[in-house]
Ligand binder design. Structure first.
Ligand SMILES: C[S@@+](CC[C@H](N)C(=O)[O-])C[C@H]1O[C@@H](n2cnc3c(N)ncnc32)[C@H](O)[C@@H]1O
Length: 210
């Protein structure tokens, strides 16, 4: 297990992730606040009413609970993660009437095709050993008309971007080029593909056609 994956399994990180680790590191990487990321996630996923959401690699549930607040009726959000310490934190800090947590591997989702109206994966694809398989799984469980959104690393074609790739390789974090996710989405029939790049992070979303 590489350094990045070991870190995500550490109880000490789970304890400080939501309040300190994520706000600081993501702000440095993208110039964006967690509040802005959360608001934009609700917009990108078109959340409302009785929708069913799957939040992959949910960590301590720091987005899962927030996303569930946009729902009503029979709507619910499931957070899935591999790390037991992260899930223990999610249950303690981010439980709610429309939220559930599940231990699982993003590369083999335990759900039937087309189960969810919204599927997201924020701040995790760069940690997953086979990020393309994980992204295909996200698309597989997305219902017709559903929305998919991801936030992950981005390698700019600049000296700083090349340095980030070297540091990423050393720590076990992958750094993705601009074209990889829009191309993968298009190859899998998704439409309305939107991509925004903020410094070292990319935000990509799309719709599965009806
Ligand atoms: C940096 S946290 C992201 C938490 C949250 N989504 C956010 O944006 O702040 C990354 C999470 O990915 C999880 N993870 C890594 N590989 C995974 C896999 N193969 N399946 C499920 N979760 C995984 C880690 O356990 C960790 O909780």
């Amino acid at each position: 297990m590489n350094l990045a994956r070991r870190t995500m399994n550490a109880p000490a990180l789970a304890a400080v992730y939501e309040k300190a680790w994520r706000p600081t590191l993501f702000y440095l990487a993208s110039g964006r606040t967690t509040a802005a990321d959360r608001r934009d996630a609700v917009t990108a996923l078109h959340l409302d009413g009785s929708k069913k959401i799957l939040d992959i690699a949910c960590g301590p549930g720091n987005f899962t609970k927030y996303l569930s607040n946009a729902l009503s009726g029979d709507g619910y959000a499931i957070g899935l993660d591999y790390s037991e310490p992260m899930l223990a934190r999610a249950i303690t800090d981010n439980s709610g009437p429309r939220v559930g947590y599940l231990r699982g591997d993003a590369r083999r989702l335990p759900f039937a095709d087309g189960t969810f109206d919204a599927v997201c994966c924020f701040g995790a694809l760069y940690l997953i050993p086979d990020p393309i398989a994980a992204t295909r799984e996200m698309i597989r469980v997305l219902a017709p008309g559903g929305r998919i959104a991801l936030t992950t690393s981005h390698r700019a074609d600049t000296p700083f971007g090349h340095a980030s790739r070297i540091v990423g390789g050393w720590s076990g974090l992958r750094v993705f080029t601009t074209d990889i996710f829009p191309k993968l989405f298009a190859e899998n029939g998704l439409v309305g593909i939107d991509q925004q790049v903020h410094r070292l992070l990319q935000y990509v979303s799309a719709t599965r056609p009806q």
